[in-house]
Design a binder for this molecule. Structure first.
Ligand SMILES: Nc1ncnc2c1ncn2[C@@H]1O[C@H](COP(=O)(O)OP(=O)(O)OP(=O)(O)O)[C@@H](O)[C@H]1O
Ligand SMILES: [Mg+2]
Length: 350
């Protein structure tokens, strides 16, 4: 964690392109418990440009949610950001979101207003004892100096925008009155009610059927284009990434394994793990569905492999190299980086 530029103070002398909204640099977030340390996120670097859609993908437990909780500063108590920076472009002022208290004024102003989040389970975004309208109105009024009536008008407009069938009536309903798809839309309305610059969507369509999934994704794309907001789309589903995102970050066991444009990473994948993930997408062949899962299983977070975390499952394992040290991230094309010794980085070994 950086102490040199506390939250609220502008970061000086750092290369920060003006079209970049968020720059996560070497983020390390660990869980500390009696059983040991879980390095949930262990050196992740990526940028989100204004208005772009970045995908984050990887198997369960690779640190996707902990990355987003770190950006939002909503980590559980026993989690600590132990290294790196999360630089956010707050109207031209660069703020390190890892510094300072999660409940500080600056972080509270950014969370929910500038950066909003939607989850897999809409019930976790809403309280069951208040109408969805009241919760959207309250969120609007925390961040904007508007009257209740004005906020109600904005809330109805937003419910209309996300495709609620009857916004004037839906606004006074509780989540238990709504179907799964409608709850999902209401959660999107809540997240967007302050017109955030960045929306983090953590598996927003995992719990809904494919028709609703397609509707929600279409909605996100429309709103993204309309409002010009950026989205971080976290998902297991590489089809969603291919369809929706501009760039993608592939993670494995808290590490960044490959990062770049969807064009590069999906059409010219370099890392054996990315290749494995792409090969494991179910394929329809006449009469059956073919699945080629990655061999082996994800190890326990308490017993991480040395060196490259993927080496025990890797067909291209180089003995004496891959198990010794973490591979560095190597640029292999403009907008394409990979952390694998197959593409260099061995000379950096001590
Ligand atoms: N509250 C917690 N306490 C302890 N360990 C945790 C906690 N939350 C996550 N972890 C650990 O951190 C690591 C990363 O978890 P995370 O939830 O970020 O994975 P994920 O990529 O989002 O997985 P999924 O695809 O299943 O949502 C895992 O090893 C997980 O066990
Ligand atoms: Mg998750």
């Amino acid at each position: 964690m950086s102490n040199s530029h506390p939250t609220g103070a502008p970061v000086q002398a750092l290369a920060f392109p003006s079209d970049t909204l968020l720059s996560v640099r070497n983020l390390q977030t660990h869980f500390l418990s009696r059983e040991g340390t879980v390095k949930a996120v262990d050196g992740v670097t990526f940028d989100v440009k204004q208005g772009e859609i970045l995908g984050i993908a990887g198997e369960s437990g690779c640190g996707k949610s902990v990355t987003s909780q770190s950006i939002m500063r909503i980590l559980p108590k026993h989690a600590k950001i132990v290294g790196g920076e999360i630089l956010y472009n707050h109207q031209g002022q660069i703020i390190d979101l890892t510094a300072g208290d999660p409940d500080s004024r600056v972080i509270r102003d950014i969370r929910g207003k500038e950066i909003a989040m939607i989850f897999q389970e809409p019930m976790s975004a809403f309280s069951p004892v208040h109408t969805i309208g009241n919760q959207i109105i309250e969120t609007i009024r925390i961040h904007q100096p508007v009257s209740k009536e004005e906020a109600r008008g904005q809330a109805i407009e937003m419910l209309h925008r996300v495709g609620m069938p009857n916004p004037g009536r839906n606004i006074d309903q509780y989540t238990f009155n709504l179907s799964g798809g409608m709850r999902q839309r209401a959660m999107v309305a809540l997240a967007l009610s302050c017109r955030p610059k960045l929306l983090i969507a953590d598996e927003p369509t995992t719990a809904v059927d494919v028709t609703i999934q397609a509707q929600i994704l279409r909605l996100l794309r429309e709103i993204q284009a309309d409002l010009g907001m950026a989205i971080i789309m976290i998902t297991h589903d590489l089809g969603v990434i291919a369809e929706l995102t501009d760039r993608v970050l592939i993670m494995y066991l808290g590490k960044e394994v490959e990062y770049g444009s969807v064009e590069h990473v999906f059409h010219r994948p370099k890392h054996p793990y990315t290749r494995g993930l792409l090969a494991s997408i179910p394929k329809m062949v006449p009469g059956r569905i073919e699945i080629e899962p990655i061999e082996g299983s994800v190890p326990s977070p308490y017993a991480m492999p040395t060196g490259c975390k993927f080496h025990p499952r890797c067909h291209d394992f180089i003995p004496g190299v891959c198990e010794v040290r973490d591979p560095p991230l190597i640029p292999i094309a403009p907008d394409h980086e990979v952390s694998c010794y197959l593409y260099g980085g061995r000379e950096a070994r001590p």
